[in-house]
Design a protein around this ligand. Structure first.
Ligand code: XMP
Length: 476
């Protein structure tokens, strides 16, 4: 069969990529870079899900460093979500535009609290008018026990500081940092006001993560989710202001007028960053959201590992078919598709890309990593983390715990589950990308567009799937 024509609904487990004659000598040569939206390119086509057990700032940082991207979930206040975005944007860049600062008359206790809250190891000291007065680094405060001591008594004053002017080139800044063996180089304007900061830590990180997903100012990229309720516009504006690179309008049934209206509202109110919309599972839905201005389409109704929509509502389209059909439609408009949910193996990523997706979104596969929110549990000697559907009862109770709402009519469409602890995001992404490259090599595809073109599938039976897994042996 040389055509990917599938009439019934198929999942990833119902199909296999058919090996093609391949001219690829080694999978090291394969380029897996792909577009999240037309303007945002990723070195690896993997996105972490906007779930409260998957993506907050630590996951988003880890994903972007590796060349993917994370979508911060929306189940927190607008201020909290904007703060999560801002932590990612500040985590590394060639240059921090608004470094954390403190007034000289504040106490050491207050300074330590700001540093702890924001995860930084130093503060610039500025006066009321923004003029640089000095710097308070770990070296200045680590041995001090008196929390009431004033910052001005502990800081390294400006007279002893090496500073640079605001428009310094990165190479020049590197030289100054190396020559003076300093960690931080504050940037000032001609009037002496603080306008930025360059740190050696950030320069080292840039070299450490060559594939990192960065914006034009060298900051890690991050996406943030919004809903369609009253606060959608206010949330979108706050997230854009905090530096989000794109937004995801994420509701369970994305083929809805609420999503279309929200897309139009955001465009009317001049939200300039790309807006990804979903979740959908049909080509008609993809077309409608693209017509309303969506910059990428998120596909997946019911495939998620913690999702029971198909059981509770009887609704969904098996994910392979949904991705195939939506991607075919979106391709006509040059709009990328994100295959969201149902990825259990690296081979599923190869299948999703082969079906036409530009990227895949992962929930529970990343939920067991060090960087996902939540603690690690040990049960019968094995380590786990909790992953829960955003429509699960627990997630709903959590969202409404500070509101006086009646939850008795709530019907859960997700479950809470334990997922095996899987170490760091970097380790799992390396495995997943290795598997994807392997799938691409079997398909004679050197790049994602070649994979779209070359991938061919065969539909398999239950026994085909049984044969695909280890069988007739006892796995050790
Ligand atoms: P995986 O399979 O990677 O899927 O864990 C992640 C995706 O699952 C979706 N999701 C849900 N779907 N009820 C649903 O119907 C839920 O409670 C739920 N929680 C998450 C979501 O699209 C996510 O990215």
């Amino acid at each position: 069969m040389d055509q990917k024509i599938i009439k019934e609904g198929l999942t990833y487990k119902d199909v296999l990529l058919v090996p093609q004659r391949s001219a690829i000598p080694t999978r090291k040569l394969i380029d897996v870079s792909s577009n999240l939206t037309r303007g945002i390119k990723l070195k690896i086509p993997i996105v972490s899900a906007n779930m409260d057990t998957v993506t907050e700032y630590e996951m988003a940082i880890a994903m972007a460093r590796m060349g993917g991207i994370g979508v911060i979930h929306r189940f927190m206040t607008i201020e909290q979500e904007a703060e999560e975005v801002s932590k990612v944007k500040r985590s590394e860049s060639y240059r921090i535009d608004t470094p954390y600062s403190i007034l000289p008359d504040k106490t050491l206790g207050e300074a330590r609290e700001i540093m702890r809250r924001n995860g930084v190891s130093g503060l610039l000291v500025v006066d009321e008018s923004g003029k640089l007065e000095g710097i308070l680094t770990r070296r200045d405060e680590i041995y001090e026990h008196d929390e009431f001591k004033l910052v001005r008594e502990l800081m390294t004053p400006k007279e002893r500081l090496i500073v640079a002017y605001e428009n310094i080139e990165l190479q020049e800044a590197k030289k100054i940092l190396a020559k003076h063996r300093i960690e931080k180089l504050p940037l000032v304007n001609e009037g002496g006001s603080l306008v930025g900061l360059i740190t050696s830590k950030d320069i080292i990180k840039t070299m450490e993560f060559p594939n990192a997903t960065k914006d034009e100012r060298g900051r890690l990229r991050v996406v943030a989710a919004i809903g369609t309720k009253e606060d959608a516009l206010e949330r979108a504006q706050a997230l854009e202001e905090a530096g989000a690179d794109a937004l995801v309008i994420d509701i369970a049934h994305g083929h809805s007028e609420m999503v279309i209206n929200t897309l139009e509202l955001l465009k009317n109110y001049n939200i300039k960053i790309p807006v990804i919309a979903g979740n959908v599972a049909t080509p008609e839905a993809a077309r409608d959201l693209i017509a309303a201005g969506a910059d990428a389409i998120k596909v997946g109704v019911g495939p998620g590992s913690t999702c029971i929509t198909r059981l509770i509502a009887g609704v969904g389209v098996p994910q392979f078919t949904a991705v195939l059909e939506c991607a075919r439609e979106a391709e006509k408009y040059g709009i990328p598709v994100i295959a969201d949910g149902g990825v259990a193996f690296s081979g599923d990523i190869a299948k999703a890309i082969g079906a036409g997706a530009s990227t895949v979104m992962l929930g529970s596969l990343l939920g067991g990593t060090d960087e996902s929110p939540g603690i690690t549990l040990t049960k019968k000697g094995r380590k786990y983390k909790v992953s829960r559907g955003m429509a699960s009862l627990g997630a709903n109770i959590n969202r409404n715990s500070n509101k006086d709402t009646e939850n008795s009519d709530y019907v859960a469409e997700g479950v809470e589950a334990m997922v095996p602890y899987r170490g760091s995001v970097a380790e799992i992404l390396n495995q997943l990308v290795g598997g994807l490259k392997s799938g691409m090599s079997y398909s004679n595809a050197m790049s994602v567009p070649e994979m779209w073109k070359n991938a061919k599938f065969c539909k398999i039976t239950d026994s085909g799937w049984a044969e695909s897994k280890p069988h007739d042996v006892e796995v050790i």
